[in-house]
Ligand binder design. Structure first.
Ligand SMILES: CC(C)(COP(=O)(O)OP(=O)(O)OC[C@H]1O[C@@H](n2cnc3c(N)ncnc32)[C@H](O)[C@@H]1OP(=O)(O)O)[C@@H](O)C(=O)NCCC(=O)NCCS
Length: 177
């Protein structure tokens, strides 16, 4: 299965929102994605799609905020029918490599304490625990783990990201932007 990763467009938002709703108990309203796309200069929004041009389906999305040499992962999710196929890993590696090209040196994110799946994904990239944000999530009062990855401008880190991007389970990554 070929997976194309490319910048998000306005017309992607309904499919992106669908993935968000099935992935999170506190999904963003569609207008948030619209705002990030059209007004927030610090946002970098990515999607992964599969299928032929003209009949492609969006299977994953990600939002990254860039502030000076820091990036913050706003959200990342893969459609439930397409999980555990290496798409989330590829999307994250692709977005971080672009962030590195824009001068980013470190990246941060919050993840639910119970979300071991995502934590396992981040561990593959070398994210480490920076701290705990107690009762961060409004719906359940669950704590957030604050994770970070530094040294993104180092050649070894870039090489690691490239290795992750290209080491697919028999798939070829197509670079769309
Ligand atoms: C987290 C998420 C984005 C991972 O995307 P994905 O495409 O399924 O993940 P990948 O197939 O690229 O897997 C990458 C690694 O993540 C971990 N992982 C993914 N699915 C897993 C699962 N079901 N159980 C345990 N580890 C898992 C593994 O370490 C995996 O590497 P491996 O396959 O070599 O063991 C996806 O599960 C998702 O959308 N979850 C809901 C939204 C969410 O929690 N987002 C993160 C918010 S912080």
């Amino acid at each position: 299965m070929d997976v194309l990763i490319r910048p998000m467009k306005l017309e992607d938002i309904s499919q992106v929102h669908e993935i968000d709703v099935q992935s999170f108990s506190l999904p963003w309203p569609e207008r948030s994605f619209r705002y990030e796309l059209t007004e927030n200069q610090t946002s970098r929004l990515w999607v992964a799609e599969v299928g032929d041009p003209g009949d492609a389906r969006i299977v994953a999305m990600m939002v990254l905020w860039l502030i000076l040499d820091e990036a913050h992962i706003g959200t990342i999710a893969v459609h439930s029918d397409y999980r555990r196929m290496g798409i989330g890993r590829k999307l994250l590696a692709h977005a971080l490599l672009h962030a590195v090209d824009e001068g980013v040196a470190s990246v941060f994110l919050e993840v639910r304490r119970s979300n071991h799946t995502a934590q396992s994904l981040y561990a593959q990239f070398g994210f480490t625990l920076d701290g705990i944000r107690p009762r961060y999530y409004q719906d359940t009062g669950e704590d957030a783990l604050l994770l970070s990855l530094s040294g993104l401008q180092e050649a070894s880190t870039r090489a690691h990201l490239l290795k992750i991007l290209l080491s697919q389970s028999g798939e070829q990554a197509l670079m769309g932007g």
